[in-house]
Write a protein that binds this ligand. Structure first.
Ligand code: AVI
Length: 329
């Protein structure tokens, strides 16, 4: 496949996300081309993702909801061991729908805890805060608009309460294997002994079920993937023709990776004007946009072991589609 040509570099307006600029500049010059799913979540992307989570083919959200609802009392017992107050720190809180199951139960039990939701989407965070304040006016809330990695800095603050980091929704599946290890290592460095991490892992299952979740009949995943090109058109003054790209998804049951691609439906050149870039595409050329990994119990235990944690809780739904897993430092 042909190389992209960088024309004279231009100064990029300062209200554009510099991380998106870097991603487009480097990702569209690689072979194969790639763009990270991190950039899916502008206002429209977050809206489509909310629809995906409610869609019949995307089983993940329903399964995790069932896990948390069934096991909320056991989870509270683990979080409250030795009766210390605890601090729930949620990375990527989104609309907080699943976390509300836990918060509702913790409030009913008059548990001594605070809740710090962290998200890169201001819209999602604001909606969540308004909602939580209405439902539980006494809940101690410390919301933060940030990405996961900067948010991890929050954890180093001194406090005598137990930290419970929530990383739900199979967000861990969107990391490459080495990124997942680095992520838990960073968490481990910042936590104190006895602190906990609760992660939602999507489990390996019949490949057809996974394949359908990312090729849903309503075309939501397709719209979600293509929206990345719309975002680049808007933010970087590009001219991707959305009708000339298609969504393609694979699931490989040998390594548990679902992968999303955008496929060029013809030979074409796209201008990214804000970067002075012209990006040539051949017919059938792909942009890799997302990995959604599915795990086995052995892999999860190994991940804990490799990063210095002990796996102290394993909770699944009735079909064993999804697991919420407690790691203790
Ligand atoms: C956010 N993340 C866990 C979702 C997933 O399943 O990987 C994003 C998504 N991509 C396509 N559909 C949903």
């Amino acid at each position: 496949f042909s190389e992209s040509i960088a024309l004279e570099p231009q100064t990029v307006s300062s209200d554009i996300d510099p991380a998106l600029v870097d991603e487009v500049r480097t990702g569209l010059q690689q072979t194969p081309k790639r763009l990270s799913s991190r950039f899916f979540y502008d206002a429209e992307g977050s809206r489509i993702f909310a629809e995906i989570m409610r869609s019949p083919d995307y089983y993940l959200t329903r399964s995790e909801y069932e896990v948390l609802d069934t096991h909320k009392a056991d989870l509270l017992r683990q979080f409250m061991l030795d009766n210390r107050p605890f601090e729930l720190v949620e990375l990527g809180a989104g609309d907080g729908l699943k976390t509300k199951i836990l918060i509702g139960h913790f409030e009913d039990q008059q548990a001594d805890f605070t809740y710090a939701p962290i998200d890169i989407s201001v819209d999602a965070l604001e909606g969540l805060v308004v909602d939580l304040r209405k439902q539980w006016p006494d809940l101690q809330l410390n919301p933060r608009h940030d990405d996961y990695f900067s948010a991890l800095e929050l954890l180093s603050s001194e406090s005598n309460s137990r930290k419970v980091v929530l990383f739900l929704g199979s967000n861990i599946g969107n990391f490459a294997p080495d990124e997942a290890i680095a992520f838990y290592q960073q968490l481990h460095d910042r936590l104190q002994p006895g602190d906990l991490v609760l992660t939602g892992f999507d489990l390996q299952k019949h490949p057809a079920i996974i394949h359908t979740a990312y090729n849903d009949r309503q075309g939501l995943t397709r719209a979600f993937n293509l929206n990345l090109l719309r975002r680049i058109n808007r933010d970087l003054d590009a001219n991707f023709d959305l009708a000339a790209f298609d969504h393609y998804e694979t699931y490989n049951p040998e390594n548990g990776e679902a992968r999303s691609y955008l496929v060029s439906q013809k030979a074409q050149t796209v201008d990214v004007n804000a970067l002075g870039m012209q990006v040539p595409f051949q017919y059938g050329e792909i942009i890799h946009t997302e990995i959604s990994r599915k795990f086995t119990r052995n892999q999860i235990e190994e991940l804990a072991r490799q990063t210095g944690f002990a796996m102290t809780g394993w909770f699944t739904d009735g079909k064993s589609y999804f697991a919420d897993v407690v790691f203790e430092k």
